[in-house]
Design a protein around this ligand. Structure first.
Ligand code: 4AD
Ligand code: MG
Length: 479
């Protein structure tokens, strides 16, 4: 008999038919006549109720149906008598696929803290919260590809191991096969990378953008969706050392086209979640309410589904960095000296506290900031006429701060080279990047969306470690 998944059974109304379900037991309760087993196989936030007439089964078998054990049930699909669920299955045969010793199993049928669940990340998929997050994450991955594919963008795999740190986006992780206890040295006493696997110093990539640009300048519109690595020692609820980034890159787009795409893309993803993940979002919304129930009203987040709809239905505010600085200089926290990093004027780098003030307190909407000072942005961004700013854009979201960073790119060979020299970047090693500006250069733009930052927003979770299955953070590479 073919197995049916729980999600499909829960929607089925062909009462009386025989079905086979396999899954993991969440709970078993009841009395000496009848037992109720809540079974979950990951396909739904809801469990399927299995009803077992105790007299039909060996007592020893029933005892082995404990929280965490895996079973296969053949039974009759029935309309449920009890409230809470529409259907249930009256068990005819039950087979134990895998026992689970209740005394040793860390996941008891009670509330566990998110911190505790991080320590048992190998088992946390079996909780309601991580089941929901895993399904939403999958839906978002799928929606990313659907969005771009329908627009005629091509997905490009960019290298994970690179020899350049052109981006300067963060500290890099070294990749080597050299024996760290016996590193080959040159005559001058420096590390001899010519003896390393690639014959040069290599790292894990911080971004696929530069290679993405090469593809865009032939294929017109491309996107990458890959893992990126940053060895920044920032132990925050918004930073990972290994995270996934989506980087579209488009020929013939200026900064306005770029902003339009970023807004359309993020709204599409949120809308996709609303339309395809409603049961999981409802669960996550209740989870968030429960978590925030002891907070003061003004510290509570907007209800999750309402929040997603609000972003989908409203225009993002667009303003320049300089305008944002004016707002911040006139803000209460600035005047009262409440910002941890004081704003001094044009040139100040914006910290999460400033971004969140703009989004959460001032505009109460997503914000796109443009035209940042050249000095605080990457070398490849298009220089403006004013000689001080670049055509950069950051998209800022409530609760998250920066969710997207991007820009129009400098297409002028001489200006790009001049900037690289000013920043002391290795122009010989970067010949391949510069070549695109020598051979048929065109205006082009792109951006990077941090996938886990998006996941934080969609799920309402507070810590980035809880929206990726196996987080990599300073001093933590377990599992
Ligand atoms: O702003 P970033 O550094 O931009 C780039 O890497 C560009 N190459 C993108 C481009 O134009 N193609 O990073 C982009 C986004 C950020 O806005 C943030 O959402 C996310 O990546 N991000 C992180 N997410 C989790 N953990 C970290 N340590 C992150 N660093 C950046
Ligand atoms: Mg950035």
């Amino acid at each position: 008999m073919r197995r049916t998944k729980v999600a499909a059974i829960l929607k089925d109304t062909e009462y009386g038919k025989e079905v086979n379900i396999k899954g993991w037991v969440r709970t078993r309760r009841g009395n000496k006549f009848v037992n109720f087993i809540a079974l979950n196989d990951g396909s739904s936030i809801h469990n399927l109720q299995i009803v077992a007439d105790v007299s039909k089964f060996d007592e020893s078998l029933i005892k082995r149906i404990t929280t965490g054990s895996a079973i296969s049930v053949v039974g009759t699909l029935s309309e449920s008598a009890g409230g809470g669920q529409k259907v249930e299955v009256q068990a005819n045969t039950i087979e134990i696929l895998g026992d689970c010793n209740a005394d040793e199993y860390p996941l008891q049928p009670k509330k566990h803290s998110l911190e505790f669940l991080r320590e048992i990340a190998h088992l946390r998929f079996r909780t309601n919260t991580f089941g929901a997050i895993t399904r939403v994450r999958h839906a978002m991955i799928f929606a990313v590809h659907k969005f771009f594919s329908e627009k005629g963008f091509y997905n490009i795999h960019t290298p994970i191991i690179t020899a350049s740190d052109a981006e300067g986006a963060g500290e890099m992780f070294r990749v080597t096969t050299m024996d760290v206890n016996n590193i080959p040295k040159t005559e001058e006493g420096k590390v001899d990378y010519s003896q390393d696997f690639f014959g040069k110093s290599t790292n894990l990539t911080v971004s696929g953008q530069l290679e993405g640009e090469l593809a865009a300048l032939a294929m017109s519109e491309i996107y990458t969706f890959g893992p990126t690595f940053r060895a920044e020692n920032s132990n925050t609820a918004r930073h990972l050392a290994e995270f996934w980034m989506i980087e579209p890159e488009m020929a013939f787009y200026d900064l306005n086209d770029n902003m339009d795409l970023a807004e359309e893309f993020t709204k599409y993803l949120l809308n996709y979640a609303l339309e395809n993940c409603s049961e999981d979002l409802e669960f996550l919304s209740n989870r968030q309410k429960e978590e925030e129930k002891n907070k003061k009203d003004e510290d509570r987040s907007m209800e999750l589904i309402e929040k997603l709809k609000f972003v989908v239905d409203n225009d993002y505010v667009r303003l320049t960095y300089s305008e944002a600085i004016d707002i911040l200089m006139n803000s209460k926290p600035h005047k009262k000296g409440k910002f941890q990093y004081p704003i001094t004027g044009f040139g100040s780098d914006l910290q999460a506290e400033h971004e969140r003030y703009l989004v959460e307190k001032h505009f109460k909407k997503p914000v796109i900031l443009t035209d940042y000072p050249m000095s605080i942005k990457a070398f490849y961004m298009k220089q403006s006429e004013d000689g001080k700013t670049v055509r950069a854009m950051d998209v800022l979201f409530p609760q998250i701060g920066e969710i997207i960073g991007g820009s129009q790119r400098e297409e002028d060979y001489n200006k790009l080279l001049e900037r690289m020299r000013a920043l002391d970047l290795p122009e010989e090693e970067m010949y391949w990047y510069l070549d695109t500006r020598r051979f048929g250069s065109v205006p082009h733009s792109g951006f990077g969306l941090g996938f886990e930052r998006l996941m934080l927003f969609v799920t309402g979770m507070g810590n980035i470690r809880d929206v990726i299955p196996f987080p990599r953070t300073p001093k933590n590479a377990e599992f």
